[in-house]
Write a protein that binds this ligand. Structure first.
Ligand code: AMP
Length: 111
């Protein structure tokens, strides 16, 4: 079981900012921007590739992100979404998650 499943099960604390039946959003413990929220499906799938095979999962996840963006009143000109797929791409928790970053300007390319 990954640490994110423990957060879903409320076995360990997290700063939860969004929740519905399928999706949880909580603040990253090591924020890289003033707003840094991780959106995860409650169903444990390992990464972007596995998640893509699950009917409806991506729709629900991105709809949740959209709702949060609206609710939080984020600047629509200053949003970055990131998902690292695989250890070589920087993935460290093997439960699919999308990083939502906002509240500052961003540069490209990423490291
Ligand atoms: P990644 O490296 O793309 O797999 O992202 C994993 C993210 O999870 C990192 O940005 C970590 O800072 C974050 N993280 C790890 N443990 C926790 C936790 N207990 N609560 C919130 N965020 C966490």
């Amino acid at each position: 079981m990954t640490i994110f499943e423990k957060i879903i099960n409320k076995e360990i604390p997290a700063d939860i900012v969004y929740e519905n039946e399928w999706v949880l959003g909580f603040r990253d413990i090591a924020p890289q921007a003033p707003v840094h929220v991780l959106f995860i499906p409650k169903k444990p799938v390992e990464n972007f590739l596995e998640a893509s095979l699950e009917e409806g999962l991506m729709d629900r996840l991105f709809s949740a992100i959209y709702e949060f963006v609206e609710q939080a009143g984020l600047n629509r000109e200053q949003i970055r979404l990131v998902t690292n797929c695989g250890a070589l791409a920087g993935q460290s928790v093997f439960h699919f998650h999308v990083h939502l970053l906002s509240g500052r300007n961003f540069s490209w390319p990423p490291g």
